[in-house]
Design a protein around this ligand. Sequence first.
Ligand SMILES: Nc1ncnc2c1ncn2[C@@H]1O[C@H](COP(=O)(O)OP(=O)(O)O)[C@@H](O)[C@H]1O
Ligand SMILES: [Mg+2]
Length: 216
Amino acid sequence: MSKTSRPRVYVRVRPLSKKEVEKGKTVAFNVEAQTDDTLVCEKDGETVRTRFDKAFGTQTTQQEMFNHIGKEVVDSLASGYNASVFAYGQTGSGKTFTMEGDLSDKDAHGLTPRLLTSVFERLKTDPNVIDLVAQMSYVQIYQEKIQDLLNERRQLEIHMDRDGSYIAQGATWQDITGMEHAMRVYNDASKLRATNATEMNLVSSRSHAITMIRLQ
Ligand SMILES: Nc1ncnc2c1ncn2[C@@H]1O[C@H](COP(=O)(O)OP(=O)(O)O)[C@@H](O)[C@H]1O
Ligand SMILES: [Mg+2]
């Protein structure tokens, strides 16, 4: 990825849930095998084809997702460029699965924990990196409000920075000493999203999490 690289757009089709199978539903989308970049949908006797940078089918593993998307992001960061990954889709389509995954099982880790691990692995082995400070910020958007997950969900305001970019004013930027530390901070803060049983909807589509890493 270079400074001028265009955004990449990927699509991932999730497998049917048990419930959907029981209801006799079938997967509506297929990835065209020859190209790997086209989603095919049969609708009302018509075939609709949509092209992406790459299309991932129901059998795609978390590791394969990371190989295609994560590595490029880490390369970009290591070259001094900003990079971001954003998941879009309706409730139940697999955003959380892809971005976070199952934090208790390494093989089931999604992009964010894999990226955190990979960034620090890269920094450790990069001879050009001597005196680098890594910091992490983790916020969620819930009911149109920004909350700081590294500070007890304190409400934050959005402001425009001097360079014209939008920032969550006063968000905690915690120093991160390595990948274990990063994962610990991320895990602990994620619990703040999920464990509050009376607020179960915090983990549904009404809450959107943004994890940021700053390298200086
Ligand atoms: N690629 C996948 N493979 C297997 N199960 C998946 C996949 N994507 C999503 N799921 C499952 O489907 C359900 C909905 O996914 P989830 O990530 O919670 O959706 P969203 O965050 O978009 O609302 C969850 O039970 C999740 O484990
Ligand atoms: Mg979700």
